[in-house]
Design a protein around this ligand. Structure first.
Ligand SMILES: Cc1ncc(COP(=O)(O)O)c(C=O)c1O
Ligand SMILES: [Zn+2]
Length: 412
């Protein structure tokens, strides 16, 4: 692929040719990033080309994605999700320029479709017969969604605790689902062994350099949807750290190509007991494992697999990291729904809890524009959502009973 210049190790800087490795650095095992021939891309991608491009999906950015042709892309619409101006919610907390990027609107209802679409396209180009992935749930369900109708087996490793709706998605799309008695980290290691043993193509985060490529498209969309104005801050929920490093790469690339003239600050939001990236960012040390326990299953990670890249993204963007409690995450679910009409799963709702905390700590100025990434739909985990709201009213089908309820609850 002429447009790709190198797969460069983010740890030691070693360059690799595209066909030299499918996964990590051959020298130090670090994660790789895809670097392009940006002069070549500049000739193809410009304001005029994008404004005339009718493709409302991630593939409008094909020129800067590691995929040769549109014929190899999965047959569902990924990306170009809405960016809402959340006026009511913003006014309430003194951040009037608040936006919500609703990535729960993707085909499998999470942001992860961006990565899975790119990796699946790559798998088609490589003529892979079996793809595999370890996941807290969303990466897997999105991979199963992308490969659902394709002639490609999909073997998924998830922790036993994965929420039922995500497991249902996997089974419905026909994946072989292996539930591991253990954590996401245990599932990850087993998936890695399986991919080495059987030669299956591994989509797991931190292994496959192309996941970040799919994820960066969300930043491209934000730039276009804000009419090329860079937001001041973007709040991103962080588990493995691949979303935030992908988002950063997207902004950096659009800056390099001249589409935007400044870069945003990224705010990494983690759950209190799953905060390895925050710790490493604040101490300046290596990523150290933490317990990883949180109600927000998608960001429940002991040892972040793209932690170094995540820390670099926060640092290079001059942003910051913060953690929120499970109670704050749960209360954020109805708050986002009532403030911006978007139903978020716990991990995604963490961004709003993070924003509230940042406002309390005076880390966000009133005139700043802020984007919250809502990375997964609330229907992914209704059990958690139900913990954050009251109970429905149950009555007999009689008008007298209804009248009492209406009066008691001041419904008229
Ligand atoms: C809904 C949702 N939000 C946030 C994340 C965190 O992304 P990352 O693990 O790349 O930091 C995930 C990952 O599974 C997710 O599914
Ligand atoms: Zn290396």
């Amino acid at each position: 692929m002429k447009k790709i210049k190198t797969l460069q190790c983010i740890r030691c800087g070693k360059d690799h040719k595209l066909d030299e490795t499918k996964y990590n650095c051959t020298a130090c095992g670090g994660n790789l990033q895809v670097l392009y021939d940006y002069n070549l891309i500049k000739k193809r991608m410009n304001f005029e080309e994008l404004s005339e491009n009718q493709d409302r999906s991630i593939w409008r950015y094909l020129d800067i994605l590691p995929v040769s042709s549109l014929k190899d892309t999965p047959p569902v619409q990924v990306g170009w999700t809405p960016l809402y101006r959340a006026e009511k919610m913003g006014d309430e907390i003194g951040v009037p320029n608040l936006y919500v990027k609703d990535d729960g609107r993707n085909p499998s209802a999470s942001f992860k479709d961006r990565a899975s679409a790119v990796v699946t396209a790559r798998a088609i180009e490589l003529e892979e017969k079996v793809v595999t992935c370890a996941s807290t749930g969303n990466a897997a369900s999105s991979l199963a969604c992308m490969t659902g109708s394709l002639d490609m087996k999909t073997v998924i490793f998830v922790p036993e605790t994965a929420p039922a709706p995500k497991v249902a998605q996997l089974l419905v799309y026909g994946a072989a689902v292996i539930m591991v008695k253990g954590t996401y980290d245990d599932a990850f290691e087993l998936c890695l062994k399986a991919s080495q043993e059987y030669g299956w193509y591994n989509r797991s985060t931190g292994i496959n350099p192309f996941t970040r490529e799919g994820k960066k498209t969300c930043a491209f969309e934000i730039c276009e949807q804000l009419d090329w104005e860079t937001p001041d801050k973007v709040f991103v929920p962080v588990g493995d750290g691949n979303i935030i490093s992908g988002i950063w790469k997207g902004f950096v690339e659009f800056h390099r190509l001249g589409f935007i003239d400044r870069l945003p600050q990224l705010v990494a939001v983690q759950a209190e007991k799953s905060d390895a990236v925050k710790r490493a960012f604040e101490t300046g040390g290596d990523i150290q494992p933490v317990s990883g326990q949180t109600v927000a299953d998608s960001i429940s990670v002991s040892l972040p697999r793209d932690g170094l890249a995540a820390v670099m993204a926060v640092r290079d963007s001059k942003g910051f990291a913060l953690s929120v409690t499970d109670n704050e995450i749960l209360s954020a679910i109805p708050a986002i729904a009532r403030g911006s009409n978007v139903f978020a799963e716990p991990a995604a709702a963490a961004t709003y809890a993070g924003l509230l905390k940042a406002v309390r700590e005076e880390k966000v100025k009133e005139n700043e524009s802020v984007v919250l990434l809502v990375t997964g739909n609330g229907l992914k985990d209704v059990q958690s959502a139900m913990k954050s709201v009251g109970k429905p009213i149950v009555i007999k089908p009689e008008l007298a009973e209804l009248k009492k309820v209406v009066a008691d609850n001041k419904l008229v």
